[in-house]
Every structure is written in C-alpha cells, then in structure tokens.
Ligand binder design. Structure first.
Ligand code: NAG
Ligand code: NAG
Length: 407
C-alpha cells in the first residue's frame, strides 16, 4: 500500500516538474515581451503562472478529471479576498444571476453614481471574485455604488449566455436604483476585455428602451469589439505578447462561439468571408481606419485570403449574424452614450477599440480616449497582486475615476 502511494507520489512529482519545465521553455520560446513594458520580469512571472494554469487545465481535461475553464477559475478563486474596511460587499442574486454589490459604509445625503461592471476573462477565466479588488477600489475612489454582474461561462455555457445574463442583471438594477441609493441620471456601464464588449452591446440594446433610465456613459477598457477581422495591425504586432496571445484568444473565441477550431487558420486570414462582405464592412473594420502611428512595429498590410466556401458556411455566416458592437448600424451607434475608451499598446485588441473610437467620433458621440503606451491586455485585473504591481494599473483606475467624477 505504502509502496503504491510512493509510486503515485513519484509519478505526480515527475509530471509536475515536467509541466513546470515545459511551461518555462514554452514561455521563453514563444512569448514576446516588448521593450516598452515597464516591468518585463514581472510580466514574465505572470505569464509563466498563467501558462502553468492553462497547461494543468489541459492535462486535467485530457485525463477527464476537470475541464480547463473550471480548473482555471477554481485556482484563480483560491486567491484570498482583500477586504476594504470602508466598503460593504453584498452577494446577491438577480433572478438566477449572481451579482456583487459594493457600497460605501458612509451614507450620502444625495444619491450616488451607479457603475455596472462586467468582468473579462474570455468566458474561460475571471469571476466576480477575481475582480473584487477593482470593484472595491472603483466604489471607494469614485464614491459610487458598484454592481458587478456575474454570468454563466464555459464549458457548459456558450454564446450568448454572457450577453443574456448581463442584460437581465442590468435591467433589474436599472429598475431598482432607488433601493440602492443611485442617481438615475448617473449610471455608467463599465467593462474590461469581454466585459467591455458586453458594456458596449448593452448600451446599444438599451437605446431602444424608453422605460428605463438613460445610461449616462460607457467605459470600455481593452474591449473585444468584433470577431470578423483578425488581420488588423494590433493582432499582428501583439500576437505573442502576454497576457492575451492570439492562440489563447482563438481558443476562447472558438469555444465561446462554438466554431470548430479547425477553421481557425482560415478565419484568422479572412478566408471565411466573401469579397462582398469585406466590401460592406470596409468602412468599419478595415486597417485603413487605424491611424498611421499604430502601423509601426513591423506591421505590413496583408489582404484577406480568397474565400473558402466551407469556412463561410461553417463560420463566416454565423459570425456575420453576431451583434458585435463594431458592426452595429449607424442609427444605433449614433444614439449610444458618451464613451471613455482605454487602449493598451501591447494588446491584440487595441485596434478593435481604435475602430470603435472612429465610429463614435464620426457619428458625433463624445469620446474621451486614453492610450497606455506601456499597457498590455489584462493589466487592469492585476490589482493588489502584492509585488507584481504595474504602474499602468493604477493609472487606468485613476483615469476612469476622474472620468466618472466629471460626469
Ligand atoms: C478550406 O479550408 C480547409 C481547412 O483549412 C481546407 O482543408 C480546405 O481544403 C479549404 N477548401 C478550399 C476550397 O480551399
Ligand atoms: C489596492 O491597490 C490600490 C491601488 O494601488 C490601493 O489604492 C489600494 O489601497 C489597494 N487595496 C488593498 C486592499 O490593498
């Protein structure tokens, strides 16, 4: 019996060191740490931690013990929660959707600003808990009531679970602002990464709703705004930059949309859409609309590969029907609330928001834009991570707090 246990322990040890070694090699061979990142070593450590999580997730998934997304979130949620003595955090359910409410301990004579926050993580990582510190900080620094909206995720739940859940929680909150001491004239939707996409989409959906308070502003940080053109400069320039590499983004995207990963090479090169579609989206999705200063760092324009009919039927046709915020009609986009956009130079999604910025500006929607020259995807979620702190995180928080206070 003891002997068997020793063998098992030994095998576990070999597997663990093998995975550790693989992760370090994988990082050193594939990760691109740009010179403009302020703390390259910290980013390397974070990326190795991330790869460790993903690799273990893949091993456990292959062994049919636990799925990768479940394992990744379970491990992330083991991080201890930081309590803030000035903020009351309440776990609630709006229908079946979990939400966290953040309120200041001190009462206010006048109603406060309300922030509805949608977290990121590509439907694989991230939870209400992982974004707890950020929401606490937002609540305190901007003197607001923050509602953090949870949603169903992979592996069981796919498109459009996140949209459905977040929209329902948003409507519920908008109908009960009085109970939470929120000023109906000052409700802001805010999201990071996939959460930014949710915030933008929900703003677009709410323009039709005369029965609900009007959203005052939207804050979109490193947001996913489209899923059609993967040949924009930022996708090429930052494809191997942690924390969101093109390969992990493709993993999240194909699983969330339930498109067979076999189509990935065709979709990434634009062979999933016919020329007529590319012509139609050109004015919104083309690299021509990206300012010249973002086309440095080795970028060369490439044309879309010729149409692959099967890829069109299996992926393109489906994707074209999706409500990506960047391809919404002008009559919708022109009515969305004022926006604060935050882009990071070393983020594959940078150009998604640059394109949305152009659309909003062309249609006369007021835009405040902040570009982080030293930022990378996910930098906002690395808050209060003890020594792995990046100055960029604090800068983004200060900028959005300033924007909220100025409303
Ligand atoms: C379409 O793409 C698939 C997957 O890459 C490939 O096997 C197939 O040959 C392509 N079809 C055409 C007509 O190019
Ligand atoms: C988290 O970090 C922010 C910004 O650096 C800081 O202001 C805050 O006090 C920290 N919160 C905790 C609970 O450590």
């Amino acid at each position: 019996m003891l002997f068997l246990l020793l063998i098992l322990l030994g095998a576990g040890g070999v597997l663990a060191s093998g995975i550790g070694l693989y992760v370090i090699c994988h990082h050193l061979l594939t990760a691109d740490i740009p010179a403009g990142i302020s703390h390259p070593l910290k980013l390397r450590i974070l990326h190795c931690g991330f790869l460790l999580l993903i690799t273990w997730g893949k091993v456990l998934e292959t062994l049919k013990i636990c799925s990768l997304p479940r394992f990744a979130r379970f491990m992330q949620d083991l991080m201890p929660l930081k309590q803030d003595p000035d903020v009351v955090v309440t776990d609630l359910r709006f229908g079946s959707n979990p939400v966290k409410l953040y309120q200041q301990k001190t009462s206010s004579l006048t109603p406060r600003t309300g922030i509805i926050f949608y977290h990121g993580g590509g439907m694989v990582m991230g939870s209400l808990k992982t974004y707890n510190n950020l929401c606490c900080q937002l609540c305190k620094a901007s003197d607001s009531v923050v509602l953090s909206a949870g949603y169903r995720k992979l592996p069981e739940h796919r498109f459009p679970a996140a949209e459905v859940d977040c929209f329902a929680s948003t409507v519920h909150f908008l109908k009960s602002l009085k109970d939470y001491g929120v000023d109906p004239a000052r409700v802001v939707l805010c999201g990071e990464s996939l959460g930014g996409s949710l915030a933008a989409l929900i703003c677009q959906k709410l323009v039709e709703r005369q029965d609900l308070p009007k959203i005052r502003a939207q804050i979109l940080i490193c947001a996913v705004m489209q899923g059609l053109n993967f040949q924009l400069p930022s996708y090429e320039q930052n494809k191997n930059v942690p924390m969101l590499t093109l390969s992990f983004a493709s993993y999240c995207f194909s699983h969330y949309t339930d498109i067979n990963p076999a189509w990935e090479p065709v979709v990434l090169k634009g062979g999933h859409l016919p020329t007529e579609s590319w012509e139609k989206y050109r004015k919104w999705l083309d690299q021509e609309n990206i300012p010249q200063r973002f086309k440095q760092r080795g970028y060369r324009p490439v044309s879309h590969m010729p149409l692959n009919e099967t890829a069109y039927l299996e992926a393109g046709l489906f994707l074209e029907k999706q409500p990506f915020p960047l391809i919404a009609e002008d009559e919708v986009v022109t009515r969305v609330p004022e926006a604060c956009l935050v882009t990071c130079e070393y983020d594959i999604l940078r150009d998604d928001l640059l394109l949305y910025k152009k659309r909003l500006e062309d249609l006369g929607v007021p835009v405040t834009w902040h570009h982080m020259e030293d930022g990378f995807h996910g930098v906002l979620s690395i808050l209060n991570f003890s020594c792995l702190h990046f100055p960029c995180t604090t800068r983004i928080i200060n900028l959005i707090v300033h924007f909220i206070k100025g409303l």
